[in-house]
Write a new protein. Structure first.
Length: 137
């Protein structure tokens, strides 16, 4: 009985040791085209939150480049576009982050179909965003 109890304790300890934040998957999952479905926008002083649908914002990642495309008019043939090199880095808490246009994007969830990240406002207003993205190809 003591041996069985010892084995159960040993397996339990190993199981908990292997736990990590598995919401952030393999870095290679970021490659492809992503559509921003919605954004939670927090004001500069963090006293308010507004949720915005943002179906006309897309990100496309290659192994080295990130391309941001957006259109407020619905005409994606002539969108606003910004392309920069990026590099993913994994934090000790298993989140990923990259720099884009001088902003840090911290990825909290990444799998084959979904990605969630937070970042400061692109345009420098001081607001912060938590974006929900869906892979489109």
């Amino acid at each position: 009985m003591k041996k069985l109890t010892l084995l159960i304790c040993l397996f339990s300890a190993l199981a908990f040791t292997g736990c990590k934040n598995d919401k952030v998957g393999d870095e290679a999952l970021i490659i492809g085209k992503w559509q921003v479905m919605k954004s939670d926008v927090y004001s500069k002083d963090k006293d308010g939150k507004e949720t915005k649908d943002t179906p006309l914002c897309f990100w496309e990642f290659t192994e080295t480049k990130a391309i941001f495309r957006s259109s407020s008019t619905g005409n994606l043939d002539t969108p606003y576009e910004l392309e920069l090199e990026y590099k993913l880095t994994r934090n000790e808490n298993n989140t990923l982050f990259f720099l884009f246009n001088g902003q840090v994007y911290t990825i909290h969830k990444l799998n084959q179909n979904e990605m969630e990240w937070e970042h400061l406002d692109f345009w420098g207003s001081g607001s912060s965003y938590y974006d929900y993205l869906k892979k489109v190809k």
